[in-house]
Design a protein around this ligand. Sequence first.
Ligand SMILES: O=C(O)[C@H](CS(=O)(=O)O)OP(=O)(O)O
Length: 261
Amino acid sequence: MSRSISVALTPSGLAPECELHQACSIIIDVLRATSVMTTAGLAGAKRMITCENIHAAFEIADQSDSERADQPPSRPLLCGERHCKPIDGFDLGNSPAEYTPDRVVGRDIVLTTTNGTRAIQAAMRSRRLLAASFLNLAATVAAVESEPHLQIVCAGTNGQISYEDVLLAGAIIDRLNESGSGPGEPTDHLDDSARIAWSAWRQSLTPARALEESLALSLGGRNLIEAGYTSDIGRCAQIDTIDGIAERVDPGKAVFRFVKR
Ligand SMILES: O=C(O)[C@H](CS(=O)(=O)O)OP(=O)(O)O
C-alpha cells in the first residue's frame, strides 16, 4: 500500500490546505498529555473529554452533574495543568502516576493542558483522531497501519518545536516502515517534516543514550525538571508498556475512549 505521512512539528504547522477531513491524525504530546490519556485509558477511565481552557472544563463537569444528578458519583474528574502544576479546584494534575485504577475506573475525565489539548483542537477536523505516546507505540502503529494518509501533529511547547514529540513522530514512522524494501529508506511517502522526525529518531538511537535521557534534554523535559516532575520523564519514556490507544469516538467532539488491542 502506498501511504503518505505528513508531520506538523507544532499545531500551527498544519498547512491550511491540508485535507484533514480525509486524514487519520495522530496527536503527540509525550510530556505529558497524551501519555496521561494512554495511562488513564488503561486504568479504566470511561471517557476522556479534552478541552482548551479551564472555564470550559468546569462547564462540561457542571453540565454532566445536572444531567445525572440522580446517579452519583457521576461528576467527571477535572484534570490537567497550567505551568505543569495542578489547577486549583481540579481533581488530578498532569502526571501519569496520578491516573491509577482506584481514582479513575469508570469515571469520565475532563482534561485541559497547555499544549496537548490545544493540539487536539487544532486537528478536530480529521476523519480519525488518536492520542499516541511512547507507552503505546506498538498499539498506535497497529491502529493506523492500513491508513493511506496519516497526519501526525506534535503538540510542541508553547508554540515551539519540542524534541520529545518529534522523536515519537519519528519512531512511529520508523515502525511503520520496518518491513520496507531496504535499510535506511522508508517506503512511505514522507513530507519534509516527517523526514526530519524520522532522521531525529534514527540519530537518537545510540546504545549510549536511553530514551529517558533524550526526553530530559528536550524543551518539555527541561520544563518538567524545573517544575519538580523529573520522575514523570522516566515514566513517559517507557516503550510499549500499554497495549491500547485513546481514539476519538464522535467526529466533531473531543471525546476519546481507550480501545484495547
Ligand atoms: O504539564 C505538562 O506536561 C505540559 C506543561 S508545558 O508544556 O511545559 O507548559 O503540558 P502539556 O500540554 O501536557 O504539554
